[in-house]
Design a protein around this ligand. Sequence first.
Ligand code: GLN
Length: 197
Amino acid sequence: MKIGVLALQGAFIEHQHILERLGVETVQVRLPAQLEGLDGLIIPGGESTTIGKLAVDFGLLEPLRQFGKQRAIWGTCAGAIFLSKDARRDQPILGIMDIVVERNAFGRQVNSFEIELEMPFLPGQNGRVYPFRAVFIRAPLIEKVWGGASVLVSLPDGRIVAARQGKLLATSFHPELTDDDRFHRYFLELVQSPFEP
Ligand code: GLN
């Protein structure tokens, strides 16, 4: 299995380190040709406007849209914004996932927070499920999910922070900034699953 990490800007190294720890071959993607032969792709957190602008400059928008029609893509934070069909602002996005996001929904950098969330779809230990520590940094909220997308994780107050659509995955939080690799393993399962995007 070979997984690409979009390396235009943001926290791509952290994703790469977790994947390598799991024994997965990784590739830093900056050009369309580097998508060839990949089984899946991670779009990291960072600044979605910058990632979008660079994706336009490097001619990546259309190749990434095509990639997402057949293969798995996981967007974390800015990456989730980039996957959405509506970011409520005029900025370059892929527009391939049936979600509306609200950028910086939790306030500024100082309002960043961590919270343990129940994610029963992740593997437990000794037959027991245990929560996943979700890290939110100037995070977007998934305001609306429709069409082919469904809610995967919500905050205790019901606000949506992760969604899935076939092989497309969007999380407001940053699993690559924890030692817990269960979310990455979940993505690898998705990569290998027979689901249609
Ligand atoms: N606030 C950033 C944006 O709107 C996302 C933050 C992040 O990726 N940690 O693009």
